[in-house]
Design a binder for this molecule. Structure first.
Ligand SMILES: Nc1ncnc2c1ncn2[C@@H]1O[C@H](COP(=O)(O)OP(=O)(O)OP(=O)(O)O)[C@@H](O)[C@H]1O
Ligand SMILES: [Mg+2]
Length: 603
């Protein structure tokens, strides 16, 4: 976007790019700001010219006796003041709007980029740091940038006026006065880089602090941190992280202040020298008093504006580094877009009769040392229920994620029946994750988000709710399906965990998908509800290919195929009867659970 990060990009290039960015994002406001700036400049010209006339009239020997001849210059001063005042009032409003528009554009670009990346990329700490930094800066930098660009325009116009007036008094004072901007510009690059480095270094601390803040203020977190009385401890850590952040900024701020202080001394000396020359010329009688006086005002104007220009350019320079970082983030995210994960062009379709198949799949999570899956092969067939069992951490959920194509396998392949593939080349999957989402939206939204293309289909939503046994309690809510499922919103309410699970099931059922993945779908259901859900499974899913993951054997015994996973590998497979007869891991797990209830299923 802006080129500060590119070697050789100059202050001028960055400034031009910044102006272009604003012009693109807020074209109307940009024009309005230009008009205001010009009006304000005209006001300033009028003020200086009329001021000069007035001083001249008051200091000449044949001074007028009454106010009459002074009226034109007085009116000029009044109109000049009025124009600059009005223009700056409008400018403030336009700047405010402009900054919002640029902020919206830059924040939305980050949101779009982050919401399209692969899960593997999204989970990486480096991506999270970059995301955090970019989001924060995307919200803040546009304000600085708009402020700086608008000040730059104002200062440039004021500077030109000052320079022209000064040139009519004493031309060679103009370049002398222009020198005041130099010291500020000399430190600008270093100061911006120091700030960028500080912000980058602080980001991980900042993320931790914001997470602690979320713990301390979040509704979902509130129960635990109060019940465990961990508020004070967390708050202490929150303060510590804040201290670390502030200390980081203090260090860079000290460094920057030292440089700016020296630059300020340089500019002041140049201003004083220029004024001294003017005074000297006047004392020598080489310059009339009116000219000297207006020359002094012009020097003051010019040096002030030139310092303003220097400051604005420094600020733009600093924002440029962050905007480059923003552009780098968007590019990085574009490279890791989930839609663009290179698909094997020679990918074979799933074996005949299978909706989805895993063929010798291995997978290690990014950053992990131990593979989560090793040589896993299994098929999900239409009209059949496949059950996946195994100890905690054995890789069951990982298989569910691979079927949903949230990750690409490192070895082997996930294939599917081409006839089932939707427009995105992938088969549609209806899924309940173990940690399914509880949207703080309406009950309707919670189900309809299973298939956004049919979001308005209330009859379908109600049918999904009925099939999952969620209709009885949802219709009883104050506003039925339109009730917000969060007490944090006006008129909203919360559900019990089991009710939430039924809503999640309704969402999966609402999605018209040939493949259904249920990861612990009945963990929170009461025994009767679980029985009902299991008995209804076959009828509910018809000819869909279903994968059920469960530790509850009641969910598993009726499955057409049972696959037993241990440490990422399939160790057994078969029906309940064959696996029981085999007397292996499955039989042991089943017997242990059955024994706990004092019952045994007699197959
Ligand atoms: N996002 C992740 N990043 C790194 N490692 C992960 C991630 N998710 C899971 N793992 C690891 O992968 C392994 C398999 O996890 P998985 O969630 O598939 O287990 P599971 O069989 O579903 O267990 P459970 O019965 O507890 O749900 C575990 O060792 C886990 O620590
Ligand atoms: Mg799991």
């Amino acid at each position: 976007m802006i080129g500060a990060g590119r070697p050789g990009a100059s202050l001028v290039t960055n400034t031009v790019e910044a102006v272009r960015l604003i012009r693109r994002t807020a074209p109307r406001e940009y024009v309005l700001l230009l008009v205001c700036t010009i009006v304000s400049g005209l006001g300033l010209v009028l003020l200086l010219v009329a001021g000069r006339e007035l001083i001249h009239d008051l200091t000449v020997s044949d001074r007028p006796d009454d106010i009459g001849p002074l009226v034109p210059s007085l009116v000029g001063i009044a109109v000049g003041t009025g124009l600059t005042t009005l223009a700056s009032a409008v400018q403030a409003e336009v700047r405010w709007l402009m900054a919002h528009l640029v902020e919206r554009q830059s924040v939305t670009a980050v949101v779009d980029a982050a919401s399209a990346v692969s899960l593997a990329e999204l989970e990486s700490p480096d991506f999270q740091d970059h995301l955090q930094r970019t989001l924060r800066q995307a919200a803040q930098r546009p304000w600085d940038l708009v402020q700086a660009v608008s000040q730059l325009a104002g200062a440039a116009v004021g500077g030109v006026v000052g320079a022209v007036v000064l040139a009519t008094v004493e031309p060679w004072l103009v370049p002398a006065a222009l020198l005041v901007g130099l010291p500020v510009l000399l430190v600008a690059g270093r100061n911006s880089r120091a700030m960028f480095a500080a912000v980058s270094a602080i980001t991980p601390v900042n993320r931790e602090r914001e997470y602690l803040q979320e713990l301390l203020t979040g509704r979902d977190e509130a129960k635990e941190i109060r019940a465990f009385e961990s508020v004070d401890h967390l708050r202490h850590r929150y303060e510590q992280r804040y201290d670390d952040e502030i200390e980081g900024f203090r260090v860079v701020s000290r460094l920057r202040s030292r440089r700016l202080f020296l630059a300020g001394i340089g500019s002041t000396l140049i201003t004083v020298a220029t004024l001294a020359v003017l005074v000297g010329l006047s004392v020598d009688g080489r310059l009339p008093l009116a000219d000297a006086a207006i020359g002094a005002v012009a020097v003051q104007q010019l040096t002030m504006r030139v310092r303003g220009i220097g400051g604005s350019i420094s600020s733009i320079q600093e924002s440029s580094l962050f905007l480059d970082d923003h552009a780098a983030f968007v590019q990085r995210a574009a490279r890791a877009r989930v839609d663009d994960v290179p698909r094997d062009p020679a990918r074979q379709p799933a074996p005949r009769g299978a909706a989805v198949a895993l063929d010798d799949v291995s997978f290690t999570y990014p950053g992990a040392t131990v593979p989560a899956l090793r040589g896993v092969s299994l098929e999900l067939r239409p009209g059949r229920v496949t059950a996946l069992v195994g100890a905690n951490g054995s890789g069951k959920t990982t298989i569910a994620k691979l079927i949903c194509r949230l990750y690409e396998p490192d070895g082997g392949a996930v294939t599917w029946d081409a006839a089932l593939a939707g427009s995105g080349e992938l088969p549609r999957v209806g899924v309940i994750f173990q940690d399914f989402l509880r949207y703080q939206l309406s009950a309707h939204d919670n189900i309809a988000l299973g298939d956004s293309r049919r979001h308005a289909d209330r009859a379908g939503v109600e049918a999904g709710a009925r099939a999952a046994g969620a209709d009885t309690f949802l219709t009883r809510l104050t506003r039925g399906f339109d009730t917000w499922l969060s007490p944090s919103f006006e008129g909203g309410t919360d559900l019990s965990v089991g009710q939430w699970q039924r809503v999640a099931m309704a969402r999966a059922l609402f999605r018209d998908a040939p493949v259904v993945v249920l990861d612990e779908p009945t963990a929170a259901l009461d025994p009767l509800a679980e029985r009902e859900m299991i008995d209804g499974t076959t009828a509910l899913f018809g000819d869909r290919a279903v994968l059920v993951i469960s530790h509850r054997f009641a969910n598993v015994v009726h499955a057409d195929d049972i696959v037993v996973l241990s440490e990422g590998e399939i160790v057994e497979r078969g029906t309940h009867e064959t696996l029981m007869a085999r007397g292996g891991t499955y039989a042991e797990m089943y017997t242990t659970q059955a024994a706990a209830f004092g019952t045994e299923r007699h197959a």
